[in-house]
Unconditional design. Structure first.
Length: 739
C-alpha cells in the first residue's frame, strides 16, 4: 500500500470512516489541496479535496468551511455527466474533505497555452457542452459564478467536465450569504453585475460562456486592460473588441451570437442557456456532420487568390508556396542566416511562436511552433533540402492568416515530403469518398487527401477529425465553392489517395537546435589486441562481440530533445548511429578493415563526439555535422552531409578538410572523413576516383596503392586521410567503397 505524503491529514491506512488509500498530492489551490487516492472497495481512483487552513493560527474559519461544503453540495445537486460527481463529504480532526471522481484530462487553460486558439467547430462543441450543463444547473437553482478555463477539464475521451462550484449560488438554500458589494469571481470572466456587486442570476454564467467562446477562437479576451482597474472599467463601460478585429473571416452569425452573449445589460443577453445553445446550433456544424466530412468547402478554403485561381496543370506543391507568398508580408531587412533562424524559431513565453512562410533570399521555409517543417529551394518545386542557407540575404515573413490553426502550416509542409500512402488508387466512381474520409477521420487520421484527374487536382488537409483547408486547381466540371463538400466529393470522377502527415524538419533546423552538442563515447572491448599489434583492430573486436553493442553514447541520442523531436530523428543522428553501428561491422564483413585502417580502427579510440560544431576560426571556420576526438582531444574523424553534391562543392569540402588537417600537422589529426549525400552523380564519382588515385593537385602523390589503403587522399609520403562517400536514401546509408 502506498503511504500518504507526510502533510496529509488522513490515516495511513483505510479505516471504516475513511476507506481510502492516499497515493499522492495532485494539486493545490487557494482553498485546498487535492490528493489522488484509491477506493479499495470499488478499485477505482478518486480525488479527495481537503480544505487548506490559513491564517496566523492555521485554523479553518467558519465561512471557509461553509463555502467549501457549498462546492460539494452545489455539484451534488446536479445530475449531469459533465459535472464532477461527488461521492462523499466528511471531516477528519476538524478538517472537511470532499471525495469526488478522478478526472483524467487537461484544463482548457493548459489546452489554450498549448494550442493558442481552437477551430470554430471545436470551440462551438465545447461551449455547447457547457451550455447543456448550465441549463441543468440553472434549472436546479445553481449559478456557477466562476466559469473560466481552469475550471473546465477536457477529458482524455474528448468530453468536457465542469468543476469548482466553490462560489456557486444555490438559490433559496445557500450556505454562505453573499455580502452586497462583494465580488466573488475571476475578474477576466466576470459579468458587469458581478463586478458591481449586484445580485446575479444564470445570465452571469452566459456572459462568462460568451467570453470563453471568444477566448477559445481568438486566443485573446474581449475586454482589455493593462491592470485590474482598467480591465474592470472595460467590462463595465466599454464595448468588447469586435470579434472580426481578431478574426477577419468570422461568419456574421457567429459574431452576432457572441456579441449578444457579451451585452452589458443582462436583459439584452440570451434569456437562458437553452436559448443560447439553440442559437449556437443554428450556425455551428453538428458533430455528426463533421465526423462524416459534411462541411462546406467555403469554410475550409484559404482566402487568397492563389488558393483558387491556379491554372490547370500547375503542380500543387508550387501552388502551396504561391499561396503562402500571397499572404501579407513583413520585411525583416538583410540578416545573417544564424540571426534569421534564431529570430524565426524563438518561442516567446507571452506571445505565439511564428507560424507561416518565411523567405530568405530565394529559399522558402514553412515554420510553426518553433519548427522548420520544410524548405523549398529556388528552382525546385517540391524537394526539401537541408543545405545551409546563404550566409546573408534579405528576409521576409508571411504570417498565417487569422482564423487558421498553426497546424495548417504543418499540414501544408507534409505535401512537400515523400509521404507514406495510407490508401491510394481509389476510384471515386466506385468509392464513396466522403464516407471513406469520414471513417478515417473517426480513426484519428491526419494527413492529406489528394484527387487527380489529368491536369486537375485537389488537395484537402485533414486533422483532428475535420478538414483544415483545401487547395484546388481550376477546370473541374463542378465548382466546389458552390456546393456541399460531401456532394462535390461524390460527384467528381478522379483518382484519390490518402497520405499520412509526416513531420520531417530539415537538417538546418536540427543544426540550429542541437548546435555544439557533446557526447561521451565508450567502446566495449571484449578482447585484448593480438600479440605484437600496436593498437586495437575492429577485426579482433567485432567477431567476439557478435550482435552486442560495441559503442555506448552518453547521453543517448533519444534523450537529446528539442520540442517533440530528438537528435535521433535527424539525419545527423542517423549518421552517428550508422558510424558506430553498421559501419564497423560492414568493414569487418567485407574484410576491408586494413584498407580503411584510420577510418575503422580509429573508431575504437573515440572518446567524445562533437555534434554540429565548427572547426577553425574566422574566414577559415568550417562547420561539420560530426567530429570525433580521442581522450587527448585529437581529431579522429569528421563527417558532413551535403544534400546537393557536385564536383565544385566536393572539391571545396576536400579543401576545407585538408586545411584543417594541415593546421594540426604536429598532432596527426583526421584519419577518416565521411561525406554523405542523397545521390552520387557520375561526375562526383569520377572526381573522387581521380582524387584518391593521386592525380588531383600538386600535393597528391598517389602512394596509397603501395600502402594498401583504400579511398586514401595522400598529402605527403606519410600523411593523408581516408575519404568515404556515402549515399543516404530512404532505405538507409550505403558506403561507396570502390575507388
Amino acid at each position: 500500500m502506498t503511504a500518504p505524503i507526510p502533510t496529509s491529514p488522513f490515516p495511513r491506512t483505510p479505516t471504516e470512516t475513511f476507506p481510502y488509500s492516499i497515493e499522492r498530492e495532485a494539486g493545490a489551490g487557494a482553498m485546498g489541496v487535492v490528493y489522488r487516492a484509491l477506493d479499495p472497495t470499488l478499485a477505482r481512483p478518486v480525488a479527495i479535496k481537503v480544505l487548506q487552513p490559513r491564517g496566523k493560527e492555521d485554523k479553518i474559519d467558519e465561512e471557509m468551511r461553509r463555502r467549501f461544503l457549498q462546492e460539494a453540495r452545489a455539484a451534488a445537486a446536479l445530475s449531469h455527466p459533465a459535472v464532477t460527481t461527488v461521492h462523499q463529504i466528511g471531516e477528519i480532526d476538524g478538517v472537511p474533505y470532499i471525495v469526488m471522481e478522478w478526472l483524467e484530462g487537461t484544463t482548457l487553460e493548459v489546452l489554450m497555452q498549448r494550442e493558442k486558439r481552437l477551430s470554430l467547430d471545436r470551440a462551438a462543441e465545447l461551449i455547447g457542452e457547457l451550455l447543456a450543463v448550465l441549463g441543468v444547473a440553472h434549472a436546479g437553482g445553481v449559478v456557477h459564478r466562476d466559469l473560466k478555463p481552469s475550471n473546465l477539464i477536457l477529458l482524455d475521451n474528448g468530453r468536457l467536465k465542469v468543476t469548482d462550484f466553490g462560489i456557486a449560488l444555490l438559490q433559496g438554500r445557500q450556505l454562505v450569504e453573499t455580502v452586497a458589494g462583494t465580488v466573488l469571481a475571476t475578474p477576466q470572466f466576470a459579468s458587469p453585475e458581478q463586478l458591481e456587486g449586484r445580485e446575479v442570476d444564470g445570465r452571469a454564467d452566459l456572459f462568462a460562456a460568451g467570453e470563453l467562446f471568444y477566448h477559445l477562437v481568438t486566443g485573446d479576451m474581449p475586454f482589455e486592460g493593462r491592470n485590474l482597474v482598467e480591465l474592470i472599467t472595460a467590462v463595465l463601460h466599454k464595448p468588447p473588441v469586435p470579434l472580426a478585429d481578431r478574426w477577419p473571416n468570422v461568419p456574421p452569425p457567429v459574431e452576432a451570437w457572441c456579441m449578444k452573449a457579451l451585452a452589458k445589460r443582462r436583459e439584452d443577453r440570451f434569456d437562458s442557456a437553452e436559448q443560447m445553445a439553440e442559437a449556437l446550433r443554428r450556425w455551428a456544424t453538428p458533430v455528426s456532420e463533421r465526423q462524416t466530412v459534411e462541411t462546406r468547402w467555403t469554410t475550409r478554403m484559404m482566402a487568397a487568390p492563389a488558393n483558387l485561381e491556379v491554372s490547370g496543370g500547375s503542380l500543387p506543391e508550387r501552388a502551396m508556396v504561391d499561396l503562402m507568398r500571397s499572404w501579407p508580408a513583413r520585411d525583416l531587412g538583410r540578416l545573417e542566416a544564424s540571426a534569421f533562424l534564431t529570430k524565426l524559431l524563438e518561442t516567446p513565453i507571452h506571445a505565439d511562436a511564428f507560424a507561416g512562410l518565411a523567405t530568405f533570399g530565394d529559399y522558402s521555409l514553412l515554420v510553426s511552433g518553433g519548427v522548420v517543417h520544410a524548405v523549398v529551394p529556388p528552382g525546385d518545386l517540391c524537394a526539401q533540402v537541408d543545405a545551409s542557407l546563404p550566409q546573408e540575404a534579405t528576409a521576409r515573413v508571411h504570417p498565417l492568416p487569422d482564423g487558421y490553426s498553426p497546424k495548417a502550416v504543418e499540414l501544408l509542409s507534409a505535401a512537400l515530403h515523400p509521404a507514406n500512402a495510407r490508401h491510394q488508387g481509389l476510384d471515386t466512381r466506385v468509392v464513396n469518398l466522403s464516407a471513406f474520409a469520414g471513417k478515417l477521420l473517426e480513426e484519428g487520421f491526419a494527413g492529406l487527401m489528394s484527387l487527380r484527374d489529368g491536369d486537375r487536382w485537389a488537395f484537402v488537409f485533414l486533422s483532428q477529425g475535420r478538414s483544415e483547408l483545401a487547395l484546388i486547381s481550376e477546370g473541374w466540371e463542378r465548382d466546389p465553392r458552390q456546393t456541399e463538400w460531401s456532394e462535390w466529393l461524390n460527384s467528381v470522377a478522379a483518382t484519390a489517395a490518402f497520405l499520412d502527415s509526416v513531420t520531417q524538419p530539415p537538417a538546418l533546423w536540427f543544426r540550429q537546435g542541437f548546435s555544439e552538442v557533446n557526447l561521451d563515447v565508450d567502446a566495449t572491448i571484449p578482447r585484448k589486441p593480438r600479440s605484437g599489434s600496436g593498437s586495437m583492430s575492429l577485426t579482433s573486436v567485432l567477431p567476439a562481440a557478435g550482435s552486442e553493442a560495441v559503442f555506448t553514447l552518453r547521453p543517448r541520442l533519444e534523450d537529446l530533445r528539442h520540442g517533440d523531436l530528438s537528435l535521433a530523428d535527424s539525419s545527423t543522428g542517423r549518421l552517428v548511429s550508422w558510424l558506430f553501428g553498421e559501419l564497423p561491422q560492414t568493414l569487418v564483413d567485407r574484410r576491408q578493415v586494413a584498407g580503411w585502417k584510420y577510418l575503422g580502427d580509429w573508431l575504437l579510440l573515440v572518446k567524445r563526439l562533437r555534434i554540429h560544431t565548427v572547426l577553425g576560426d574566422g574566414d577559415d571556420a568550417s562547420p561539420f555535422d560530426v567530429v570525433s576526438e580521442d581522450a587527448d582531444g585529437k581529431i579522429l574523424h569528421v563527417a558532413q552531409r551535403i544534400p546537393q553534391l557536385d564536383t565544385e562543392t566536393f572539391q571545396a569540402f576536400v579543401d576545407e578538410v585538408v586545411a584543417i588537417k594541415e593546421s594540426r600537422i604536429k598532432r596527426g589529426d583526421i584519419g577518416g572523413v565521411v561525406l554523405v549525400t542523397p545521390r552520387l552523380t557520375d561526375e562526383v564519382r569520377e572526381a573522387y576516383k581521380t582524387l584518391v588515385s593521386g592525380g588531383w593537385g600538386n600535393k597528391l602523390f598517389g602512394f596509397d596503392k603501395s600502402m594498401g589503403y583504400e579511398g586514401f587522399v595522400r598529402l605527403s609520403a606519410r600523411r593523408g586521410f581516408h575519404l568515404l562517400l556515402v549515399e543516404h536514401t530512404a532505405d538507409g546509408l550505403f558506403p561507396h567503397f570502390k575507388s
